[in-house]
Write a protein that binds this ligand. Structure first.
Ligand SMILES: *[C@@H]1O[C@H](CO)[C@@H](O)[C@H](O)[C@H]1NC(C)=O
Ligand SMILES: *[C@@H]1O[C@H](CO)[C@@H](O)[C@H](O)[C@H]1NC(C)=O
Ligand SMILES: *[C@@H]1O[C@H](CO)[C@@H](O)[C@H](O)[C@H]1NC(C)=O
Ligand SMILES: *[C@@H]1O[C@H](CO)[C@@H](O)[C@H](O)[C@H]1NC(C)=O
Ligand SMILES: *[C@@H]1O[C@H](CO)[C@@H](O)[C@H](O)[C@H]1NC(C)=O
Ligand SMILES: *[C@@H]1O[C@H](CO)[C@@H](O)[C@H](O)[C@H]1NC(C)=O
Ligand SMILES: *[C@@H]1O[C@H](CO)[C@@H](O)[C@H](O)[C@H]1NC(C)=O
Ligand SMILES: *[C@@H]1O[C@H](CO)[C@@H](O)[C@H](O)[C@H]1NC(C)=O
Length: 687
């Protein structure tokens, strides 16, 4: 406790000196990075927490860290104030002053003062996983509100450029109208369908910016060179309604004239990235689920703007549900803060699709990108890391994600006895596992069984297990024959390399077998799982000689943060004896380093995914330790990447304790719901 307070005091000193004028209220805390528009692997715009104090001159970033030009300027009684993203303030403009920053599960809201008026910028990325239409629309809202005040005259401007296409140096754009909605589309030129730039941005499809007038605003638009377009707004408060050809300094822009207003008044922009061809699934092109209703971008984004009030009303309930879930399942709101920061990142790594040819909404599939660690598509262990959030909020997603994996493994292209690692090396090409791809036989075979059962328990539906019963049995038999003494192979912690007799893999085999027993009603599999567990724990095959902790490999230190028994607890299988959970609860605090418990005793980094699984398997002070460490990590002010799920738990290698370690923006943060999952499945009502 004392130590904790000392740490917080240090953090205050650090932030005071880095930025003297940082008189901003951060609610609930200042995270490494705020989600701005995070809806798909290709619509993923963020701003580092430490940049928010100078929001007026700081740019948004794609998840990888490259700049995205997205600006907001407001005029108050003829004076122009830069509110957001104006890195080179034009002559005659002033900088707004940021006073407040808030994040919830679906909104990031900044409040700024510009002259006599206050403005809020509400960056809203809907999370609506039971409403596939709403969830699949690849757009986010930015609502700029001028608060009530004196009777000043107010205009609001915003623009974006071709940085959103992944090829800022060579693009084209078009402008169209649908009733009152004005829409810009910007496209990279001469690029291949399904290809990405080095930062992971899609090079096909189009970046979209749209807006429409309100009852109290007059909308104008223009596309042209950034300087002159911004200047025409700054000088006159409106745009020329003329459209230039694309140029390398060009922007597409909207201006809303609110006139003289004392009341609060809001205008909304829709930003997005839309691809007609979403995914190549085994040679069959998939498109966004929403295309069944809105086959063209203009109609889709018009609908998205039509849907604002309903989506926003839903988000208020959703945010409250996440808040309450954190408090209910842990006992205080620190856990809610973690959950709220995780949600958009998870669903923003997933897309819902239907076949392009049939547009049949009964044939929905979901695809998840292993963002930043390697770009694989539908990596089975990434789905495993993520699954607690699905269990709690949208168990159908497990079926949507697993179905394409089962389909592939059921085809003649796949001949192995164990489960595949992923559907392809590079999202969006789900074209099959490459011959030289990663193999994780025990890990993924156990995962397919566990994930299928998680879906079944959370939904009460047996369809997935029935359809793929032959594959599931094959994987269970594979675990039975190969799982107690795993041959040298990779685990999902592939950074550790291939090792034989990995305890955590044998634990997965034990739990996978018991899960299969429960799923299939065949008690001999349950017995086999218990038998493995007895050998691993009770007979000390996978522990130190005194049976106080699990080892990384049989007979070999260091200790390992064994997290694969989490499903044992979630599913109430009783595969491992209670004593194993009690012993580990006592052990992990003894090996915690400066900022957390590492993944094993020989390394200095930890993974928030597995810390969260283990937090759910232990109780009392040890659980608090894991949650406190995670909360401290996201609020320590040392990081700027979208929530990295891997960080240094002690100083070394040129890093301080508490700094992120390479991974960023991965959807695996669903793991943070592991504890919440213990208190209930499928808690979200559809709207
Ligand atoms: C901005 O103002 C400075 C000083 O008044 C002037 O030198 C410069 O040319 C101006 N820049 C633009 C882009 O108008
Ligand atoms: C603007 O916000 C500041 C800081 O919250 C507040 O003190 C001030 O009263 C607000 N001004 C108006 C006009 O609402
Ligand atoms: C996907 O495959 C296409 C060829 O079909 C290729 O042009 C593209 O670069 C691939 N995408 C990635 C991200 O590797
Ligand atoms: C215009 O937008 C509506 C939704 O507001 C959509 O249904 C319609 O298809 C769109 N029309 C065109 C021509 O894009
Ligand atoms: C795995 O552990 C067993 C039991 O300790 C041992 O007999 C076997 O040689 C080990 N396998 C490998 C590949 O090291
Ligand atoms: C369980 O029993 C079934 C039916 O007798 C048999 O086919 C299967 O091989 C057994 N599996 C194990 C792991 O004992
Ligand atoms: C095992 O426990 C015994 C008795 O408590 C103790 O003397 C011994 O040092 C322990 N061995 C190890 C390796 O921790
Ligand atoms: C585990 O710990 C709990 C709480 O301390 C205790 O009630 C329980 O009996 C223990 N179980 C075993 C098997 O040691």
């Amino acid at each position: 406790m004392l130590w904790d307070r000392a740490f917080k005091a240090l953090a205050v000193v650090a932030s005071c000196c880095a930025s003297v004028a940082d008189a901003i209220t951060y609610t609930p805390l200042k995270p490494p990075s705020y989600p701005l528009a995070v809806r798909s692997p290709y619509l993923s715009a963020w701003i580092p927490g430490n940049d928010v104090a100078s929001l007026p001159s700081h740019n948004a970033q794609f998840w990888e860290g490259n700049k995205l030009i997205w600006s907001v300027i407001a005029r108050v009684d003829g004076v122009a104030y830069n509110l957001f993203g104006v890195a080179f303030p034009p002559n005659g403009t002033q900088s707004a002053v940021v006073t407040e920053a808030v994040y919830t599960s679906s909104h990031t809201i900044f409040t700024v003062t510009a002259g006599s008026r206050n403005f809020t910028l509400d960056f809203f990325s809907p999370v609506s996983p039971k409403n596939y239409l709403r969830q699949s629309l690849p757009f986010s809202y930015l609502t700029v509100t001028v608060a009530a005040g004196d009777s000043s005259s107010v205009q609001i401007y915003s623009d974006i450029d071709a940085s959103w296409t992944g090829q800022p140096g060579h693009a084209r754009w078009s402008f169209s109208r649908n009733a009152s909605t004005s829409v810009y589309e910007i496209q990279a030129v001469n690029t291949a369908t399904f290809s990405e730039n080095n930062q992971g941005q899609a090079l096909w499809g189009s970046a979209v910016y749209a807006s429409r007038p309100t009852d109290s605003s007059l909308l104008s638009s223009a596309s042209g060179p950034s300087l002159s377009t911004r200047e025409s707004f700054i000088n006159g408060g409106s745009l020329t309604d003329t459209q230039d050809e694309w140029s390398s300094t060009g922007v597409v822009a909207f201006a809303h004239d609110l006139g003289t207003t004392t009341d609060a008044s809001a205008v909304t922009f829709a930003i997005g990235h839309a691809r007609k061809e979403s995914i190549d699934f085994l040679g069959q092109t998939q498109t966004g689920y929403y295309r069944a209703r809105y086959p063209e971008v203009v109609g889709a984004v018009s609908h998205f703007l039509d849907d604002y009030e309903d989506a926003n009303a839903e988000s208020v309930k959703f945010d409250q549900l996440i808040q309450d879930t954190g408090v209910y399942s842990y006992g205080n709101k620190d856990y809610s803060d973690i959950l709220a920061l995780s949600v958009r990142q998870v669903y923003g790594g997933i897309e819902l699709t239907i076949p392009s040819e049939s547009l049949d909404v009964k044939e929905v599939r979901a695809f998840i990108k292993e963002i930043s660690s390697d770009g694989n598509i539908n990596t089975v262990d990434v789905i495993y890391a993520t699954f607690p959030i699905f269990y709690v909020l949208s168990p159908e997603f497990l079926k949507l994600l697993l179905t394409p994996v089962f389909e592939y493994m059921g085809s003649s292209a796949y001949t192995k006895l164990y489960a595949v690692h992923e559907l392809g090396a590079n999202y969006p090409n789900a074209t099959g596992h490459p011959a030289n791809g990663e193999e994780m036989p025990i890990e993924e075979s156990g995962n397919m069984i566990i994930l299928t059962y998680a879906y079944q328990i959370a939904t009460g539906k047996t369809d997935l297990a029935e359809t793929y019963s032959a594959q599931l049995k094959q994987f269970a038999d594979y675990l039975f024959q190969n799982g107690l003494y795993p041959a040298s192979q990779l685990s999902l912690n592939d950074a550790l390399g291939a090792l034989a007799n990995q305890t955590n893999l044998a634990v997965k085999a034990a739990v996978g077998l018991a899960t299969y027993g429960a799923l299939s009603g065949q008690s001999n599999y349950t017995a086999a799982g218990k038998d493995f567990a007895g050998k691993i724990w009770t007979d000390h095959l996978g522990t130190d000689v005194n049976g106080t902790h699990f080892l990384i490999q049989y007979g070999e230190e260091p200790w390992f943060l064994v997290y694969n028994h989490y499903p044992d607890l979630l599913f109430n299988l009783d595969t491992f004896p209670g004593e194993a959970y009690n012993a580990t609860a006592q052990f992990y605090p003894t090996v915690r380093k400066t900022d957390g418990v590492p993944l094993d005793g020989a390394i200095s980094w930890g993974q928030t995914n597995w810390q969260s699984f283990v937090a759910a398997t232990v109780r009392g002070p040890t659980r608090n330790l894991f949650i406190d460490d995670l909360h401290r990590y996201i609020s320590n002010g040392l990081n700027s990447a979208p929530f990295s799920d891997r960080y240094w738990v002690e100083a070394g290698n040129g890093f301080s304790a508490g700094q992120e370690y390479a991974f960023r923006a991965r959807p695996t943060l669903g793991s943070h719901f592991a504890l919440a999952a213990l208190t209930g499945a499928d808690i979200l009502f559809s709207e």
